[in-house]
Ligand binder design. Structure first.
Ligand code: FAD
Length: 252
């Protein structure tokens, strides 16, 4: 039975849901449309009736409760965009070939329903002289949302790792983004982003870095930025996935 069919959960089920949602507000989301942005990125537009009450910061995410098989799979997904006039919320899903989200996405069509708790997360733009965004394809929705929220004249630099050049269509054209391709290597721990950030000369002034994506890459880049002079409170870092980990997130 899916959560959407669970009309009146008992007291025990209610407490279990409350704990899983950590007291966060829950949004009922109904699929309106889906579109293939690239081979690996699928955009899903949801109708959310009360989305005008969803107070979010660009870069934050929701915990989607995806009905899969007989249960619910909880997975973090970034809010790519919200349109309060249309009452829609957009999420971009990376297909990586395994996992409950792929199964949900395969079967999702217009009218499919899920609940989502949030928003949550500390990845959002802080006041700074310049901004450095770093991440793999799971970070594209967050980085694109944050870049779109910045004034065009605010200095911003983004390094994004993708499978191949065709995946650049996952985000709008933006001269501030440097794309780094894996060229046949699998996603996961690597030095691709690390080396690119290492070669980047930190601009003068007080900057803020946002480092998100595969956990070990995030951890290594964060440590290196601290060694290069950024203080911990100048870096928002979060592990979005890691080989072998099922759902969740890693504090870095
Ligand atoms: C705050 C936050 C925001 C996020 N935002 C987005 C987003 O907007 N879009 C998005 O696509 N993802 C996003 N993610 C990442 C996403 O939640 C994870 O990739 C999640 O594991 C996907 O669930 P799944 O059911 O596909 O795979 P799981 O069932 O969680 O994992 C199954 C297997 O797949 C592997 N795996 C998981 N993700 C990947 C990957 N990207 N590449 C290769 N192997 C992987 C796991 O290590 C595991 O071995 C975000 C994560 C966090 C914490």
């Amino acid at each position: 039975m899916s959560l959407s069919e669970t009309k009146e959960p008992g007291a025990f089920e209610q407490m279990r849901l409350y704990l899983a949602r950590k007291g966060r507000r829950v949004w009922r989301m109904t699929v309106l449309s889906r579109r293939q942005l690239t081979e690996r990125m699928t955009r899903v537009e949801f109708f959310v009736g009360d989305v005008d009450e969803l107070d979010w910061k660009r870069g934050q995410d929701l915990v989607l409760e995806m009905p899969v098989g007989a249960g619910i799979a909880r997975r973090h997904y970034t809010i790519r965009d919200i349109d309060t006039a249309k009452r829609t919320l957009t999420i971009d899903f990376v297909a990586h070939g395994h996992g409950a989200s792929s199964e949900w996405l395969r079967n999702a069509s217009e009218g499919s329903v899920l609940d989502a708790a949030g928003p949550r997360g500390h990845t959002w733009v802080r006041p700074a002289d310049w901004h450095l965004f770093v991440g793999d394809e799971t970070a594209i929705p967050g980085i694109a949302a944050m870049l779109e929220g910045l004034q065009r004249n605010t200095p911003a630099y983004a390094f994004i790792e993708i499978a191949d050049a065709a995946e650049r269509a996952s985000a709008p054209m933006d001269a501030r983004i440097v794309w780094l391709t894996r060229n046949g290597m699998p996603p996961g721990p690597s030095r691709i982003l690390y080396d690119a950030v290492e070669a980047f000369a930190l601009p003068p002034g007080r900057g803020h870095a946002y480092v998100i994506g595969e956990t070990s890459n995030v951890r290594a880049i964060r440590q290196r930025l601290i060694a290069r002079g950024l203080s911990k409170d100048q870096i928002a870092a979060e592990g979005y996935w890691r080989p072998g980990r099922i759902g969740g997130h890693d504090h870095v």
